[in-house]
Write a new protein. Structure first.
Length: 68
């Protein structure tokens, strides 16, 4: 049986090794991006909690209002 799978040469361009300062800044940028993402998620959770707590309060006030 003839083998029909052939290894392909690696065509990916070889990236140059960045300087140490670039690696350091990249690590800081990734860390800050993660912190920003976490704070954005926390902000949405706080808004959802406030809206979720405010909705029953508004419904309760509407129930208390005199019907005229």
């Amino acid at each position: 049986m003839v083998q029909k799978v052939f290894p392909l040469p690696d065509r990916r361009p070889t990236a140059e090794v960045p300087q140490n300062a670039d690696i350091w800044h990249d690590q800081i940028n990734r860390r800050l991006a993660g912190i920003e993402r976490m704070l954005r998620r926390l902000e949405w959770q706080v808004w959802a909690l406030c809206c979720g707590a405010g909705a029953p309060l508004i419904l309760h006030f509407l129930h208390i209002l005199p019907r005229g």
